[in-house]
Ligand binder design. Structure first.
Ligand SMILES: [Zn+2]
Length: 94
C-alpha cells in the first residue's frame, strides 16, 4: 500500500497503528464469505461431506484474502479516517 495518494497526496495512515481496526472489518468480511460459501456448497453440492465444506471455505477465503485485505483497509479509512471520495478532485495533479 502506498504511503500517500499519487493524485491528491492524501496521507493514507492518519495515525500510527490506524489499520489495526481493519482486522475486525476483515474478520467480519471473512465471516460473511464463509457463511455464503457454506450455504452455496450446501445447495449446489447437496450437503456433501464435511471435508468438502472445509476445503471450499478455506479455498475461497485464501483466494479472496488480497481483496478482503484491501477492502477492509479502504472501509477503515472511509468509516474512521475522515476520508471520502470527492469526484471534483479526481484526475487532478497536485
Ligand atoms: Zn487522492
Amino acid at each position: 500500500m502506498p504511503t500517500a495518494c499519487p493524485v491528491c497526496g492524501l496521507h493514507y495512515e492518519p495515525e500510527v497503528g490506524f489499520y489495526w481496526g481493519a482486522m475486525y472489518i476483515s474478520y467480519g468480511l471473512s465471516v460473511g464469505v464463509v457463511v455464503l460459501t457454506g450455504i452455496l456448497v450446501y445447495f449446489l453440492a447437496h450437503d456433501p461431506a464435511v471435508w468438502v465444506y472445509i476445503a471450499a471455505v478455506a479455498g475461497v477465503v485464501v483466494l479472496l484474502t488480497p481483496v478482503l485485505f484491501r477492502y477492509a483497509r479502504a472501509l477503515m479509512l472511509y468509516w474512521f479516517g475522515g476520508t471520502c471520495y470527492d469526484p471534483k478532485y479526481a484526475g487532478r495533479e497536485q
